[in-house]
Structures are given as structure tokens and as C-alpha cells.
Design a protein around this ligand. Structure first.
Ligand code: HSE
Length: 311
């Protein structure tokens, strides 16, 4: 059915999950952005409005806005004979480490595809959204836009040729997101990464990444949590993410199965078994760390979710 107007909900996403830098991603049930898109007679994309959390920091220039660029790319690939006007409601704060620009990029790509009656496959939408995110974050990484489009747990098997895999995480995988009240830019947080990785560290990362995937496939929350270990990326980014180690220890002491830095930060992500624990205890323990240092925080006690969907 050809539509003139569509509204989609595009989720926040976890990336890296410890050992899977630029490879692993997982969609969250909340928070999310809402993207409205409607056909316009002239070609091209316009961003009519950006509202909500952090909207003042987001450009309405379509060629520099992640939703705008992704929508343009989808329209161009499908040779669309119409344009699109977009309105964005941000439920995900920018510079948070839970895929804010990725959610908008995925939303722009999916909304444009729906207006075209779905000519592009999910993998093609992921690729378009990743190219869009490259413009805003300065690097081509698809570990946020992958799950934002496809939902569940995703693995970027390879960037060239581009191949992405998806699996449902376990039903009882709970997630506690704690977002301290300071910003970390992905662009800056990628500049501090080491150019080379010692062989010993590579072995450690591959071991943990492999067991994390096995945990997803077996439905083993404990194994997933124990595999969220990273000795390369998080240590390099710790100086940008104040009190990270203390927050992570507090989450583990409160009964989390595992904890890691969300993307480039500053969100701290704890996972837990929803059949065994209440996420709010973990949330309170992590927030308490920031509060003791005079830093406010927001929190979501949630779980994994679907990719970008029409609402
Ligand atoms: N994998 C990316 C990074 C995600 O850690 O830089 C950025 O949100």
C-alpha cells in the first residue's frame, strides 16, 4: 500500500557490548526517537523540525542531519520521483552512548523506505543509515544502526563486503541503562583509541566475543554477562567517562551479570537475569555512585527490543 505519510519509532541501541567493538549491537525497548515523514511533490529532503531531548544541538540542514542523509540515500537508491519532509522527536539524548544519531539515521532510512513501499532490504537500510551516521560521527560503524533497523542482537560479520547477522537475545535478558549528566562525543572518543592491539589482548577479546555469542544462542544470561569484558577500548576511554570503574563495580556488587560502557559513553550498561533479579536495585546502586560525585543521572530499566517500526 502506498502511503503519503508515515510515523516510525526508532530504538536506542547498545554497541560494542564489551568485547565486540564496532561489531556487536543490540536494540533496546526504550528509549526511542519518533520520526514522521511525508511525501512532498518536489524532490529532496527537508527537516521541518527537531524537538525533544538535545534538539538544540541537532541541525535541521538535511544534508548534515543523520535522518535527512539516510532518507536522501534511500530515495536516491530507489529513484524516487518525490521528496520527503521529516519531523524528528528525540527521546534519546545525543552524545549518550546509546545510539542517538543511529536511531535517527535508521528512522530516516526506514520511513523513506515505507513511503516507497519497501523496495530496500533491511541490510541495505542498515548500510544507508551507517553512511549517514558516518557524516555526523566521523566514522563508518554500523553497530548502532544495525540493531536500530533489524532489532535484537546483531553482528557485523564484515564491513567489506558488508554483511550483518541477527539473532534474538534471551527472553530474560534485562538491561539497566544509566546515563550520567555529561556528554561524550563519539568523534572525540574514537581519537583516543590505540592504533594497534597486542596479540594477548586480541586473544582475550576474541575469547570473550565468542562466548558472548554462544550465550546469546544458548539463552545463557550469566555467560553473556561474564563475556562483556574488554581490555582494549574501555580502558582507553575511561578518562573521558568519569567514575566508570566505580559505576561498573557498583552494578556488579548489586547483582548484575555483566556491565560495560555503552558505545563511546557515557552510559553505563548493566545486564541481569530478569527471572532472578530486580533491575531497579542495580539502577539505584549505579545512580548512587554518580550522585556521590555530584552528578545527576537518568536511568532505564528495560530489555532488548524490535528494530525501527511503524506506529
Ligand atoms: N562502536 C562505536 C564506538 C559506537 O564505540 O565508537 C559508537 O556509538
Amino acid at each position: 500500500m502506498v502511503m503519503d505519510k508515515v510515523t516510525v519509532r526508532s530504538p536506542a541501541t547498545l554497541s560494542n557490548l564489551g568485547s565486540g567493538f564496532d561489531v556487536f549491537g543490540m536494540a533496546l525497548r526504550e528509549p526511542f526517537d519518533v520520526i514522521e515523514a511525508r511525501r512532498t511533490p518536489g524532490r529532496g529532503v527537508v527537516i521541518e523540525a527537531v524537538e525533544g531531548w538535545g534538539a538544540e544541538s541537532i541541525t535541521t540542514a538535511a544534508e548534515r542531519n543523520s535522518a535527512g542523509i539516510a532518507a536522501m540515500s534511500v530515495l536516491a537508491q530507489a529513484n524516487a520521483d518525490f521528496g520527503v519532509a521529516i519531523r524528528i522527536k528525540k527521546g534519546i539524548r545525543p552524545a549518550s552512548g546509546i545510539g542517538s544519531s543511529g536511531a535517527s539515521a535508521a528512522g530516516g532510512a526506514c520511513a523513506a523506505n515505507l513511503l516507497l513501499d519497501n523496495p530496500l532490504r533491511p541490510e541495505e537500510l542498515v548500510f544507508s543509515a551507517a553512511k549517514a551516521e558516518q557524516t555526523t560521527s566521523g566514522s563508518f560503524h554500523a553497530d548502532n544502526v544495525g540493531p536500530a533497523v533489524m532489532g535484537g542482537f546483531t553482528i557485523i560479520k564484515s564491513y567489506d563486503p558488508f554483511e550483518i547477522l541477527r539473532v534474538d537475545p534471551p527472553r530474560n535478558l534485562g538491561v539497566v541503562v544509566t546515563m550520567p549528566d555529561f556528554l561524550v562525543s563519539t568523534k572525540e572518543a574514537r581519537k583516543v583509541l590505540p592504533a594497534q592491539v597486542p596479540l594477548k589482548s586480541m586473544i582475550y577479546e576474541v575469547g570473550n566475543a565468542s562466548s558472548l555469542v554462544l550465550g546469546m544462542c544458548r539463552g545463557d544470561v550469566d555467560l553473556i554477562g561474564r563475556s562483556m569484558k574488554d581490555v582494549v577500548i574501555e580502558p582507553a576511554r575511561a578518562p573521558l567517562n568519569h567514575h566508570l570503574l566505580e559505576a561498573e563495580s557498583a552494578a556488579m556488587d548489586a547483582g548484575a551479570a555483566g556491565v560495560f560502557l555503552g558505545g563511546s559513553g557515557p552510559c553505563v550498561i548493566a545486564v541481569y537475569d530478569m527471572d532472578q533479579k530486580e533491575g531497579k536495585e542495580i539502577s539505584a546502586a549505579v545512580r548512587d555512585v554518580y550522585a556521590r560525585h555530584g552528578i545527576n543521572s537518568d536511568t532505564w530499566v528495560t530489555t532488548w527490543g524490535d528494530g525501527c517500526r511503524r506506529v
